[in-house]
Design a protein around this ligand. Structure first.
Ligand code: GLV
Ligand code: MN
Ligand code: MN
Length: 424
């Protein structure tokens, strides 16, 4: 290492990171009516393959040892001086929802590459290896559950079960899609060696940091997530001739579930949120009382007991509506994760590092799911949040200001450096 470079004084090249975000954002680009520029790279689609190929090419350009595991998680490792030491892992995802932005997930992965490139350019070596990972199907928008790749990585879901999951859009089998896009790797799952620590840089995806005027969030944990697919089956009938008293209408029940879970969330208050994000009518015709509706319900809370209460109230709502309207309601669990609390020393490390760099900080829980919540099962884990403009995410207009990207990546760099132990 050149004697003049103090590791603590190192900063990432924010412009280089921004250029990579921009380039990855061109893969599966989606343009909104008001000039918004976002992405559609649903997991294991052709667009996801192209995004993966681009990031893997950057990993290769840096001379990193790239490997793909049996569920398509990709890791790139920069060796440390101690061959026996486990790696400090930086990771996130590069799949997106259908109306995603440039930053969700991508920032954590490309921020990791930026950390390694910065260290390389400065000639700094570390005792521990540093690994950058992107995990398969974090979003869960195409395959459920979300965070599937990192869940399998840590041993929370058997590989065979994951490979058999079917896509919500075209029923494709996850394992077949991995083979089709060339990302069914040979590294075993769960990972043979777990990381020493895991750090994920991510946009907040909500309004809190912006509203408070704070640059860096030290994330305390991730709220619990409960996803259910609801199928309502009634009686298809003529919309003009069937009197209201004779209807068994799944469309009506779907609407009542939508308003009902919102009412539950509003009555419970606090952190409780409730969403119907997908709803399909069959046969979906103007003059036909639908035969069936398939919809999803997403319930989240930072408190496990309250999340269970919300689930119970949702089930009671379904039972009541089924009896009142004379329809059948089936509920299929898609994802269920309890709230996670991150390691206190890791939270503190993020906070003190950010303050040391002169940034304003606050502690906050994450409303969104993250790969970090899976890695927290096997190693000390933390997350660094940066503000989202207008609190928007899962939206083409998702944006984080370049200065905040620089700040977050600098915090990531310094946290990772401390954990990886720079050599003097
Ligand atoms: C993943 O982004 C989720 O929180 O739904
Ligand atoms: Mn994300
Ligand atoms: Mn997301």
């Amino acid at each position: 290492m050149p004697a003049s470079i103090d590791p603590a004084a190192l900063r990432v090249d924010g412009s280089r990171l921004w250029r990579r975000l921009e380039a990855l954002g061109e893969v599966g680009a989606v343009h909104g009516p008001n000039g918004e520029r976002g992405n559609a790279r649903l997991a294991l689609t052709d667009a996801d393959r192209l995004g993966r190929d681009l990031v893997v090419s950057w990993m290769g350009d840096l001379g990193l040892a790239v490997s793909t595991d049996a569920v398509g998680n990709v890791t790139a490792t920069w060796p440390g001086s101690d061959p026996a030491a486990s790696a400090v892992m930086i990771g996130s995802h590069i799949d997106t929802v259908r109306t995603g932005g440039w930053f969700d997930g991508n920032l954590g992965v490309l921020g990791g590459l930026e950390v390694i490139e910065t260290l390389m350019a400065a000639g700094i070596t570390t005792r521990r290896p540093i690994t950058v990972a992107f995990f398969t199907n974090e979003e869960g928008a195409r395959f459920a559950p979300d965070m599937l790749g990192s869940l399998v990585f840590v041993g929370g879901m058997p590989l065979e079960e994951a490979l058999d999951v079917r896509a919500a859009d075209d029923s494709a089998r996850l394992g077949d899609e991995l083979v089709r896009i060339g990302y069914a790797g040979s590294t075993p799952c769960p990972a043979p060696v777990m990381p020493h620590a895991f750090v994920e840089l991510h946009i907040e995806q909500g309004p809190v940091l912006e509203e408070q005027g704070i640059t860096i969030g030290a994330v305390t944990g991730v709220q619990g997530i409960s996803w259910t697919e609801v199928t309502i089956t009634g009686q298809s009938a003529h919309a003009g001739t069937t009197p209201m008293r004779l209807r068994h209408d799944p469309g009506y029940v779907a609407a009542a579930i939508t308003t009902g879970i919102r009412q539950i969330a509003e009555e419970m208050g606090g952190a409780q949120v409730a969403t119907v994000g997908r709803c399909e009518f069959h046969p979906n015709l103007v003059n036909v009382v639908p035969a069936a509706v398939t919809m999803t319900v997403d319930l989240r809370n930072t408190d496990e007991g309250l999340l269970v209460e919300a689930e119970e109230r949702f089930v009671a709502l379904c039972l009541r509506l089924a009896a009142e309207e004379g329809v059948q309601i089936e509920r299929r669990p898609l994802a269920r994760f309890e709230p996670v609390e991150f390691d206190p020393t890791m939270i503190e490390r993020v906070e003190t590092t950010a303050r040391g760099l002169g940034h304003s900080t606050m502690r906050l829980p994450s409303g969104a799911g993250h790969d970090a919540q899976m890695l927290a099962r096997v190693c000390p884990t933390s997350m660094v949040f940066v503000p989202s403009v207008n609190g928007l995410s899962h939206n083409l207009a998702e944006r984080t200001e370049p200065g905040d990207i620089q700040a977050g990546a600098d915090v990531l760099l310094q946290v990772v450096l401390q954990l990886a132990e720079p050599l003097g």
